[in-house]
Unconditional design. Structure first.
Length: 86
């Protein structure tokens, strides 16, 4: 799955539109973290490298934080219902 900005902006593909929103969120998240830890220039460089690796080299990694968020939000109740081994 290659990331297609044109399809995301045009709204032709819903998953690409969601991925574009995640692109913006992840970029701002990593830039703000990198800016605090490394300074503005290195923080921007770190965010750009991360975005390139995530969205263009390994696009399946886009969905990992989303899945982890869903699991931590809704999965707590499911894990409590699993019986514990004796």
């Amino acid at each position: 799955m290659a990331f297609d900005f044109d399809a995301a902006i045009a709204g032709d593909d819903m998953l690409m539109s969601i991925a574009l929103v995640l692109f913006i969120i992840y970029f701002l998240w990593f830039f703000s973290w990198g800016k605090k830890q490394l300074g503005t220039r290195l923080g921007l460089l770190l965010a750009l490298v991360f975005m390139y690796l995530t969205f263009f080299t390994y696009p399946e990694l886009i969905w990992v934080p989303v899945i982890l968020f869903i699991m931590t939000t809704f999965g707590k109740d499911l894990l409590e219902k699993i019986p514990k081994p004796a």
